[in-house]
Design a protein around this ligand. Structure first.
Ligand code: FO1
Length: 311
């Protein structure tokens, strides 16, 4: 099959790497990136959308590659001043990054949708590919923990450094939220739908939980491929493997494939993992660890070639 239009569902850091590889191969108009907004929150009066910004900065070649989020070579003057004013600055906001949050908050308060704001910001960072929030409505991921009961996502992730034991997750507002109409149109026109190597429970599940997102994806008789975030039984970065164990699951690529099995018909996993045999599903092993920009492009290219040759 010839691949013309690809839709990629992603969260933050891991998904951003595959998004980068795909955007190097596919021109704008052939790649749409749909981003989790369950991590979004209000801080110091500003609307912060970490995953949208991580994707935008990565595609715009401005990301701090060491951290995987924020702008490279950013300073923290404002944060220091805020701390001097007695504010608890547990969430790092760089000075350049701050401009993004200020503008976003202002545009939202003027009545623009998050989709319009995201389009303006990505264009300003020189990104031509569509980066779409999963919804323009508010969805908030809540993490139910043994130690603190329910925590707002960033309180769990950043303030508590994802150390509390997870016993459940809720995507507040997801059922009632409307799928971003542009995202829906992109899915309906897609030849391939990919679920990036993001955390399935924290990043991809909130996207699939929005309104009729899951049904819209399932309505497409096209390759629907997930890329495993688990490599050699571990997460490259972040709490994926830890959460799997806390929720009583085996920390394997097979578990991820099983979790996604209702939605996908193809699964790409890492060469370090045991060969997967998935009935009714295409499955293949790749070098999924992406250290360099070249790694990102090579993986994206291999995934597209593999899918193109499905019979
Ligand atoms: N992650 C951290 O671990 N600590 C931070 O202080 C932090 C600040 C931050 C600011 C802007 C931004 O876009 C992302 C930021 N992140 C930070 C990353 C973010 O919390 C997570 O990577 C995502 O929400 C999970 O995908």
């Amino acid at each position: 099959m010839a691949i013309d239009k690809v839709v990629l569902l992603v969260g933050g850091v891991g998904g951003a790497k595959l998004a980068y590889g795909l955007k190097e191969l596919l021109p704008p108009g052939q790649l749409t990136i749909i981003v989790n907004t369950g991590d979004d929150f209000w801080l110091h009066g500003l609307r912060i959308c970490p995953d949208l910004d991580t994707i935008t900065y990565t595609l715009g070649e401005r990301i701090d590659k060491r951290k995987g989020w924020g702008v490279a070579n950013d300073t923290t003057q404002m944060l220091g001043a805020l701390s001097d004013l007695g504010v608890d600055t547990w969430f790092q906001l760089g000075d350049i990054d701050l401009a993004t949050h200020l503008l976003r908050t202002e545009m939202l308060s003027e009545g623009h949708t998050l989709t319009q704001v995201a389009a303006h910001i990505r264009a300003s960072f020189g990104v031509q590919h569509d980066i779409l929030p999963m919804t323009d409505d508010t969805v908030a991921t809540l993490v139910d923990t043994v130690e603190h009961d329910e925590l707002a996502f960033q309180t769990y992730f950043v303030r508590h450094r994802w150390q509390p034991t997870v016993r459940g997750l809720t995507y507040v507002g997801a059922n009632e939220a409307q799928v971003n109409p542009s995202a829906k149109a992109a899915i309906e026109a897609a030849d391939v739908i990919m679920l990036g190597p993001s955390n399935p429970w924290l990043s991809i599940a909130p996207i699939l939980a929005v309104g009729d997102m899951r049904q819209t994806i399932l309505g497409k008789q096209v390759p629907r491929v997930a890329v495993s975030p688990i490599v050699g039984g571990k997460a490259i970065k972040g709490p994926t493997a830890k959460i799997m164990s806390e929720l009583g699951m085996a920390q394997t690529a097979q578990t991820v494939a099983d979790y996604y099995s209702e939605v996908i018909n193809g699964f790409a996993y890492d060469q370090q993992d045991a060969p997967l045999h998935m009935p009714r599903m295409q499955a293949a092993a790749f070098q999924t660890v992406m250290h360099t920009d070249r790694d990102k492009i090579v993986l994206a290219e291999q995934l597209l070639n593999w899918i193109e040759n499905w019979s």
